[in-house]
Ligand binder design. Structure first.
Ligand SMILES: Cc1cc2nc3c(=O)[nH]c(=O)nc-3n(C[C@H](O)[C@H](O)[C@H](O)COP(=O)(O)O)c2cc1C
Length: 349
């Protein structure tokens, strides 16, 4: 438990403890067109006050045409910098470090947002369809990510997290299920990672050396073995950390999780990736108790633990476990009420 509260660095950035708020969209909170509202600021204020070492602000859209909803936070123009800077400032005020997750939904963009949805290759499954991006569009979206990172730095964030998980645009390039391209953005793993490689290069050329650039990816992106290969390549590209979740889909990894391991296959996958890289790894998914969190940190199986819904249910989660107090337990509603609005979470209302 002591190690959970021992500071740890990502590159030169010291984070006061090992607890992370993973990115979690607060639907219904933002102003029209994704501008930061007072509700967004007060949400992150409560989380930072609660003692979390690192806050990763929710998936924020780098491109208006790639949004998930009209109230998703935006960072596609300089107009968003002022509002976002208020979130960065409030987190810093309480001693948390703060990153922001950069997102494009690709084929997951609802048609009411954009009729002409795009992805790596022509895609048509069930009620979801999207067309293949031409090379100029790939370059243009790379620029959107790079410009978004530059804006994040201007807004005072300590770093950015590229959203390379959960079926969104980056995974649509990583996944052989979707990416059938025959040019330099498809085929072998290096080609499938090229979009992200070009984004990282562009970001690093345009931000200060101390600004953190990380990525959230799956441990099941095609397979655990491929995810490990990906992780090594992402480290070689200059990623400063990896945040391990699920990839294009939720297919569990084939590797058996040992019986004595107290967490699920997603967290187990993160620990296997950590064995193969030297950059910090954040593990996530249903790490809801101090026992599980400490197990991962004390045994050096992860560098950080991201605790999501449990922190939504109890903004004071981190302070409470530090002081040995009872936490307010997340009830695990399915689906989580925060997917509609945080106001309907039984622990908040
Ligand atoms: C309401 C809600 C919103 C979410 N939004 C995002 C998001 O913006 N970006 C992302 O990568 N994951 C998102 N997730 C996934 C979480 O970051 C996290 O991986 C997931 O909740 C599992 O962790 P937990 O069991 O600690 O909650 C969201 C999850 C929830 C419940």
């Amino acid at each position: 438990m002591d190690l959970l509260f021992k500071p740890q660095k990502i590159k030169k950035l010291e984070i006061k403890n090992r607890i992370v708020l993973p990115p979690m969209v607060c639907f219904g909170f933002a102003e029209d067109n994704g501008f930061v509202s007072e509700k967004n600021i007060s949400h992150y204020e409560s989380i930072a006050k609660g003692g979390t070492g690192l806050v990763i602000v929710e998936a924020t859209s780098v491109n208006k045409q790639g949004r998930l909803s009209t109230d998703q936070l935006g960072i596609w123009s300089d107009d968003y910098i002022e509002g976002l800077s208020k979130i960065a400032d409030i987190c810093h005020k309480y001693g948390s470090k703060v990153f922001i997750q950069l997102h494009h939904a690709g084929l997951k963009t609802p048609k009411h947002i954009n009729e002409d949805t795009i992805t790596s290759s022509d895609y048509n499954r069930g009620d979801i369809s999207a067309r293949a991006m031409i090379i100029d569009e790939i370059h243009s979206i790379e620029k959107d990510f790079i410009n978004a990172a530059i804006r994040a730095e201007k807004a005072g964030f300590d770093g950015v997290e590229i959203h390379g998980a959960h079926s969104y645009l980056m995974t649509q390039f990583f996944s052989t299920e979707v990416n059938k391209r025959e040019d330099e953005y498809g085929g072998n793993l290096d080609n499938r990672l090229r979009i992200v490689e070009e984004i990282v290069k562009g970001v690093k050329e345009n931000v200060n050396n101390d600004f953190i650039v990380g990525i959230r990816v799956g441990c099941n992106e095609n397979s655990l073995k491929t995810s490990i290969d990906m992780a090594k390549k992402l480290e070689d590209m200059g990623m400063d950390y990896l945040h391990i979740s699920t990839g294009f889909d939720n297919t569990p990894i084939e590797e058996k999780v040992p019986e004595e391991f107290p967490c699920n296959w997603i967290v187990y996958g993160a620990t296997k990736i950590k064995e193969e890289v030297t950059i910090p790894v954040i593990a996530v998914n249903l790490i809801k108790s101090v026992e599980k969190a400490s197990y991962l940190i004390d045994n050096n199986l992860a560098d950080f633990v991201a605790i999501g819904r449990a922190q939504l249910a109890d903004y004071n989660f981190t302070n409470r476990i530090k002081e040995g107090r009872e936490i307010v337990k997340c009830l695990g509603c399915k689906p989580c009420r925060w997917f509609t609005s945080g106001d309907s979470c039984p622990r908040i209302s």
